[in-house]
Design a protein around this ligand. Sequence first.
Ligand code: B12
Length: 223
Amino acid sequence: MGPPGSGTRSYDVLAAAYLEALLGRDRRRALALLAQDGDADVGIAELYLEVFAPVLREVGRLWEVGEATVGQEHLVTATTQLAMARLYPRTFAAPRNGRSIVVAAVGGELHELGARMVADLFELDGWDTHFLGANVPTTAAIVDIVEREQPDVLGVSVTLPTRVPMAGELIARCRQRCPDLTILAGGQPFVQAPGLWEQIGADGTAPDAGAAVQLAGEIVGAR
Ligand code: B12
C-alpha cells in the first residue's frame, strides 16, 4: 500500500489509527488524522477502499464478537459519513465523462455506506450520479427514477441476504421498462456467492467500488 499524500504512513497504519481513535470515541482526533497529510494530497479512492471500508468491516467484526458496542459502531459509521462528505468538494470536481448511473438499495436495507462509496467513486470518475441511498421504500420509486433519468447503469446495492429477492424483483421491473439498461448488483452477498448476480438477472458484479467503476466503464464503452 502506498503512502497517503506526502506523508510517510501507509493506508493500513492510517486505518488502524483512525479505528483506534473512534473506538476511543474521539472523532476530533480521527478526523484530524485524515487531514494530517493535507486533504488535497490524499487519494479519495484509497481512503474509501483502504481506510473506511476495512475500518467499517472491522468494527462489524468486533461488534459480532462482543468487543465493540452498538454505540461505537454508530460512532464509526457517523464519523465516516462525515469524513466522506468532507471530501466532496474534490469528489464532485472531476470533469464529466457524459455517462450516468443511478445507485440505490431496496426497502428494508439500511446499510448505506457501500452504496454511497460506489456512487462517490463513479462521481470521481466523471459520471453523473443519482444516489438514492439505502432503504428506498418501494421498487416503483427506483424504477421511476430510472425511467426519468435513463442512466447508462443502475447499481443495486445489497448487504442483507434477506434483501436479495427484492433486488431481483427490482431488476426484473427495470428490465421490462428499460431493456437497454446495464444493471450491476453488488454488496456482501454477491462477494460471498459468486454467480448470485446472474441468478437475479444482473449484468455483472464487482467486489468493491473501484472495480465497479472499471467494470461499468468496460461494459458501457463496449456498447
Ligand atoms: C454500519 C453497519 C450497520 C449500520 C448501517 C448504517 C448505514 N447508514 O449504513 C446499521 C446500524 C443500520 C446496521 C444495522 C444492521 N446490521 Co449492520 N453492519 C454495519 C457494518 C459495521 C458496516 C457496513 C459497511 O458500511 N461496510 C463497509 C462497506 C464499504 O462495505 P460493503 O457494504 O461491502 O460495500 C463495498 C462492496 O460490497 C461493494 N458494493 C456495495 N454495494 C455495491 C453495489 C454495486 C452495484 C457494486 C458493483 C458493488 C457494491 O463496494 C463497496 C465499497 O467498496 C457491517 C460490517 C461489515 N462487515 O460490513 C455490519 C453488518 C453488515 N450488519 C449486520 C447485521 C446483522 C445488521 C442488523 C441485522 C443488526 C441488527 N440485529 O439489528 C441490522 C440490519 C438493518 C437493516 N435492516 O438493514 C451483519 C450482516 C450479516 C449478514 N450477512 O446478514 C454485518 C456483516 C455485521 C456482522 N459482522 O455481523 N448495520
